[in-house]
Design a protein around this ligand. Structure first.
Ligand SMILES: NC(=O)c1ccc[n+]([C@@H]2O[C@H](COP(=O)([O-])OP(=O)(O)OC[C@H]3O[C@@H](n4cnc5c(N)ncnc54)[C@H](OP(=O)(O)O)[C@@H]3O)[C@@H](O)[C@H]2O)c1
Length: 291
């Protein structure tokens, strides 16, 4: 009999991640607040759907969550309809949502009370990484727990690594988001400058992407940024959530994030342009008008 799993949240990320697990032979039961997405997932992948998170988690050895923010996670984990209501001692809860380290510690404690193991496990790699099973997974928890779920993580990712105790996965993801914000800010200004200077984008990127200014964002996003296309999955709304989580954590650990704070405000300007669901490379939209 194949292992029973539950996956909560059929968004841009959760839908393909759960699909990879089902295709690898696991018996996945999904839940999504908007039921039509769970139904579409079942039609495509042949798994099962439940009407509440708790019902999806019934008999599941491992429950995966990938929803929006801290409160969204709480709403699918706690209460009569939350996954913890039906999780058995020895089962494992994995939260792939990008959320605060405080939430991870809170979930870790709630799970421990009922003998459930917990990993905070935010991901990087975007929509393409989720669809192509090329995510990076940053985890907080115990090595024993990771060992039990490693085959499942391998189905969705090309790298997964334990960063430390519960909460450490989220802390690593904060570093990731701080770095991406800085890279995208520089790339947006550089490309907007190049456009005004009348440079040829192909020749420009072919040259500078091979030098020390090169980045994943430059390789994968500069062409679409130049065209004003911003429909790639990682929403500006989510980026602001992530930067604010990082800035809150910085207030506690004493780190200073002055550039991150400015970029957060630049993303607020993108939201005001109607870009709440544009992807994060739309930082350039403030500088070059396409829409
Ligand atoms: N997209 C990316 O490139 C990317 C990359 C790395 C990390 N992440 C992180 O991964 C998480 C999910 O991102 P996503 O892009 O998949 O988001 P998304 O497409 O907006 O999907 C969010 C999912 O969460 C569900 N949800 C939200 N609030 C809920 C609530 N209160 N109760 C129940 N379900 C709720 C939504 O249900 P409905 O369908 O009913 O709205 C949907 O299934 C976020 O934390 C994001 O920061 C995203």
């Amino acid at each position: 009999m194949s292992k029973k799993l539950a996956f909560i949240g059929m968004g841009v990320m959760g839908y393909p991640m759960a699909g990879h697990l089902q295709q690898a032979g696991y018996d996945v039961c999904v839940y999504n607040r908007t039921a039509s997405k769970a139904e579409a997932w079942c039609d495509q992948h042949g798994g099962r759907a439940a009407s509440t998170p708790a019902a999806a988690a019934l008999d599941a050895e491992v429950v995966f969550v990938c929803v929006g923010n801290d409160d969204d996670v709480r709403s699918v984990v706690y209460g009569e309809e939350g996954v913890l209501a039906n999780m058995q001692p020895g089962s494992i809860l994995i939260d792939h949502t990008t959320a605060s380290a405080d939430l991870a510690r809170e979930l870790g404690a709630a799970c421990e009370k009922q003998g459930v193991e917990f990993l905070d496990a935010p991901v990087s790699g975007g929509q393409a990484g989720a669809e192509n099973a090329k995510l990076t997974i940053m985890m907080g928890g115990s090595a024993d727990t990771v060992a039990k779920v490693q085959p499942m993580l391998d189905v969705m990712s090309h790298h997964s690594g334990l960063q430390g105790p519960v909460g450490s996965g989220q802390l690593a993801k904060m570093v990731n988001q701080i770095c991406i914000a800085g890279v995208l800010s520089g790339l947006s200004e550089g490309l907007a400058f190049g456009k005004r200077a009348g440079l040829d984008p192909e020749a420009l990127v072919a040259a500078i992407s091979k030098g020390s200014a090169g980045s994943w964002q430059m390789e994968n996003r500069s062409h679409t940024m130049w065209q004003g296309e911003y429909d790639f999955g990682f929403a500006v709304d989510w980026m602001r959530k992530d930067l604010n989580i990082a800035m809150q954590e910085a207030r506690k650990n004493g780190a200073t994030l002055p550039v991150t704070a400015v970029i957060d405000q630049l993303y607020a300007e993108v939201q005001a342009l109607g870009g709440e669901r544009w992807d994060t490379s739309s930082l350039m939209a403030r500088l070059v008008k396409f829409h």
